[in-house]
Design a protein around this ligand. Structure first.
Ligand SMILES: *[C@@H]1O[C@H](CO)[C@@H](O)[C@H](O)[C@H]1NC(C)=O
Ligand SMILES: *[C@@H]1O[C@H](CO)[C@@H](O)[C@H](O)[C@H]1NC(C)=O
Ligand SMILES: *[C@@H]1O[C@H](CO)[C@@H](O)[C@H](O)[C@H]1NC(C)=O
Ligand SMILES: *[C@@H]1O[C@H](CO)[C@@H](O)[C@H](O)[C@H]1NC(C)=O
Ligand SMILES: *[C@@H]1O[C@H](CO)[C@@H](O)[C@H](O)[C@H]1NC(C)=O
Ligand SMILES: *[C@@H]1O[C@H](CO)[C@@H](O)[C@H](O)[C@H]1NC(C)=O
Ligand SMILES: *[C@@H]1O[C@H](CO)[C@@H](O)[C@H](O)[C@H]1NC(C)=O
Ligand SMILES: *[C@@H]1O[C@H](CO)[C@@H](O)[C@H](O)[C@H]1NC(C)=O
Ligand SMILES: *[C@@H]1O[C@H](CO)[C@@H](O)[C@H](O)[C@H]1NC(C)=O
Length: 363
């Protein structure tokens, strides 16, 4: 009896919905037309609106205006990575390199997504603020004179994972600095879209672990992470662009010796300084016997590991037992007892994806 009654009720409800649905006029809202770009070719949408924008006065900008300026400039790096990949590779090359036969269509779909992100960030920057345009970028996968087609595809996919990892890291950092709930919600929506790209790349493409544990790594100084993405800027930027990133501390950047390091819980990492580029400061002048610390960030926590310098060019450092051996590990140097504010960082951060399958594909 009851069952019959509720079926009757649902019938009535759906009839009402059907009666209401044919209205197609006077619809208000939705995204701007062409959110994914308007110029489709056989390899997908290849353009996304203007790549340069008029310079604005950039005075008295809100916190969120600056945040979205930084995010738009970072997004061009991500978008152009997919655009170059979609234009450079075809499915036969990816199949020969051992990747699944839907890899090219997935890359095209992600490119479309990233084009949408550009449009979202462009719209989030208020009229009085400059919208950063596209620069020239080099991701190091396309040298056909020294790399085989398979090597190029492998480098491309590993770089994809690192670029997505970097974007996860700076987005979680930026989430802490948004001024408005709308700004925060926009960042959250983008984080979850980027997470899907990273999850796909790490599992379906690189046969690694798609999970992190128990949360993505939160590093509160997102501008320092954005600064590490300058490495992909190989040529000029539109002269209208503000500096990238706005608020850059120009910190020395870090790398590590893959041969001598033993990356695992309780293992060791031999931290080295990268030569300064893009206007960054030179490495700090350290000498034997100096005391500094490496700070490891994983999930929501950090661990400070004191180092007494032996060789100023290679900081041999024990890796603490972090929360779990998966996801993103960020390492920065400080000469304080711990890192409490952005100014306490003297070099870094270095981003590592601590997944054994991915680490072996990197070396
Ligand atoms: C679409 O791309 C082609 C080739 O790059 C270009 O010639 C054309 O102007 C573009 N169209 C639009 C509407 O941007
Ligand atoms: C894919 O690209 C390679 C290298 O440019 C080329 O030799 C091959 O013919 C292309 N394959 C298809 C199906 O377009
Ligand atoms: C792609 O690969 C899947 C699984 O290996 C296979 O089932 C499918 O037929 C392939 N499709 C094409 C178009 O080759
Ligand atoms: C790789 O692509 C970038 C961007 O188009 C270009 O600047 C660079 O010269 C290319 N590198 C090689 C080795 O072709
Ligand atoms: C790593 O360390 C080994 C052994 O000390 C050394 O031969 C090699 O040049 C180092 N690699 C780099 C990139 O510095
Ligand atoms: C570094 O720390 C060690 C051990 O605590 C101490 O003996 C040494 O004097 C310190 N070095 C400097 C330069 O302060
Ligand atoms: C690092 O951890 C210490 C100890 O829990 C904490 O006081 C500090 O605020 C943390 N620093 C950052 C940047 O999260
Ligand atoms: C760290 O983890 C390793 C490997 O699981 C273990 O042998 C070691 O005892 C741990 N160290 C600490 C300080 O918990
Ligand atoms: C810490 O490092 C900064 C930047 O390299 C430097 O200016 C400062 O003097 C250092 N402080 C100490 C106590 O070594």
């Amino acid at each position: 009896m009851i069952l019959t009654t509720s079926f009757a009720f649902f019938g009535l409800l759906s009839a009402q919905i059907i009666r209401a649905s044919p209205v197609t006029q006077n619809i208000i809202g939705g995204p701007p037309v062409g959110i994914y770009g308007t110029n489709f070719t056989k390899s997908g949408p290849v353009d996304q609106g203007p790549t340069t924008f008029p310079k604005q006065a950039d005075k008295d900008l809100s916190v969120d205006a600056v945040l979205f300026q930084n995010l738009l400039a970072a997004e061009w790096i991500v978008q152009d990575f997919y655009q170059q990949g979609v234009e450079y590779f075809n499915q036969s090359m990816l199949t020969e390199a051992g990747f699944a036969n839907d890899t090219m269509s997935k890359l095209t779909e992600i490119l479309q997504n990233e084009n949408g992100h550009l449009a979202i960030f462009e719209a989030a920057i208020p009229p009085g603020a400059t919208k950063p345009g596209k620069c020239q970028y080099d991701y190091g996968f396309n040298d056909s004179t020294t790399l085989s087609s398979t090597q190029q595809a492998q480098i491309y996919m590993t770089t994809l994972s690192l670029i997505e990892l970097g974007s996860m890291a700076y987005l979680t950092g930026l989430a802490q600095t948004t001024e408005t709930a709308t700004g925060l919600a926009t960042v959250m929506g983008i984080i979850s879209a980027e997470t899907r790209h990273l999850t796909w790349a790490n599992s379906a493409v690189l046969a690694g672990d798609p999970f992190v544990g128990p949360s993505d790594t939160v590093y509160p100084y997102a501008t320092q992470i954005l600064s590490t993405t300058k490495q992909f800027i190989s040529g000029s930027c539109p002269s209208e662009n503000p500096p990238y990133p706005v608020g850059d501390q120009l910190l020395p950047k870090l790398t590590y010796n893959e041969t001598t390091s033993n990356l695992q819980q309780g293992g060791f990492i031999d931290i080295m300084f990268k030569p300064a580029t893009h206007g960054d400061q030179n490495p700090p002048s350290l000498k034997k016997g100096d005391n500094i610390s490496a700070v490891f960030f994983h999930s929501l926590w950090n661990w400070t590991v004191p180092i007494t310098v032996e060789d100023p060019t290679v900081l041999h450092t024990q890796i603490p037992n972090i929360t779990s051996w998966s996801g993103e590990l960020l390492i920065s140097l400080t000469n304080k007892t711990t890192i409490e504010k952005a100014e306490d960082v003297i070099a870094g951060p270095m981003l590592l994806e601590i997944d054994s399958a991915l680490l072996s594909s990197l070396s």
